[in-house]
Design a protein around this ligand. Structure first.
Ligand code: SF4
Ligand code: SF4
Length: 87
């Protein structure tokens, strides 16, 4: 029984992040959230944000599209497929 894709993937983050914010700007979830008229960066449900110079992913909101991991200049983010996702 196939689970939703999202459950089988995870974004793994290393400490190499330099806080450049590129991931923040390419994330499609963030883009969608930012289009909202009442967008507030402090409370919005962003999939990835920069906190204290480091990218922080919200597992709950992230859809595991991998865009951030592809674009990160220091390969700080890696999308991995989990072998089996047991609930
Ligand atoms: S994770 Fe990569 S793209 Fe995102 S802020 Fe860090 S260095 Fe930049
Ligand atoms: S994998 Fe998650 S955090 Fe990264 S760009 Fe896609 S939705 Fe955003």
């Amino acid at each position: 029984m196939a689970k939703a894709d999202k459950k089988n993937k995870k974004i793994i983050q290393s400490k190499k992040c330099i806080g450049c914010g590129i991931c923040y700007s390419v994330c499609p979830v963030n883009a969608k959230v930012m289009k909202s008229d009442d967008f507030d960066p402090d409370t919005a449900e962003l999939a990835i944000r920069i906190v204290d110079g480091m990218a922080v992913i919200s597992d709950e909101v992230c859809i595991r599209c991998g865009a951030c991991s592809k674009i990160c200049p220091v390969e700080s983010l890696t999308i991995v497929e989990l072998e089996s996702a047991t609930a």
